[in-house]
Design a protein around this ligand. Sequence first.
Ligand code: NAP
Length: 308
Amino acid sequence: MSEPLKKYDIIIIGGGPAGLSAGIYTARARLATLLIEKAAIGGQIINSETVENYPGFTEGVGGIDLTQAMHQQATKFGMETVYDEVTGIEAGGKQKTVTTSQGKFTAKAIIIAGGAERQKLGIPGEAEFTGRGVSYCATCDGAFFRDKVVAVIGGGNAAVTEALELTKFALKVVLIHRRNELRATAIMQERVKADPKITISWDTVPLEILGDKAVTQIKLQNVKTKKETMLDVSGVFVAVGSQPATGYLKDIIKLDNVGAIIAGDKLETSMPGIFAAGDIRSGSIRQVISAAGDGATAAVNAGKYISE
Ligand code: NAP
């Protein structure tokens, strides 16, 4: 087996608010810290143009701006960043090893802050038209739907955020929700209901996404009447929840029944020296502020684990 690339005190997996906050704390504690991020810094919150509930920003702050600042802050104190996907960890001994396609990295403790990934609908046409009309990110893809009709599936905070973001570009946004009441925060519900570009299709589920080169229609069903209808749309934005990104961890640490990492008060997992923070942790309320708090808690306790 080839030698590990480089040794660190702490490896943080995931560059969202949890991982970045952990990095600020571990780097300031003068622990050699490596953050590994598979895509872009920021995690899911980069999908939010404005974060209104992170304390200290009266007018809100952009999800990208906030997390870029967190990254700069951690980097200023010495945190290093590698962009790669973690495919496995070996955590039995005192030195823990993290494997990526670039090779292996070792550390005395690991903080897993890999967040969650958007849940798929699992209906015909969804996979086929992903990138050709089906999207999971309005901030990323909304501008492709200027003056078009788009559907958003879901009734939670992600769905209403996506719907409101899409009104900047789309002619019309149809929010399709399987019940007759939204799950989203009250203030977001008020905004979505007041927006003249948004209509809500209550008690409705999507059955199939259709098209040729790109999406042209979505087949819907009213769950009460069972009536099926076709809606002409150019885009379908799926926002039906998220799944913890723990596929590579299932035989290593204890997960709950939805695949989130079970961690105790100190945010230590079932494997000593491995900590969990943010949306990936079982019981997380999945907010930026709680992710940041988790990052700090995991960092302080990982530091104690190393010194003990
Ligand atoms: P969520 O709160 O779990 O909402 C998922 C929504 O999708 C629910 O309305 C659910 O319907 C619906 N749904 C689930 N499976 C479905 C299916 N197969 N077909 C049709 N509809 C389906 O998830 P989320 O909105 O992704 O938010 C996740 C967490 O992040 C929450 O804690 C949320 O507060 C937080 N958050 C997200 C944002 C954001 O992404 N912009 C902003 C702030 C906070 P039911 O209501 O009937 O269950």
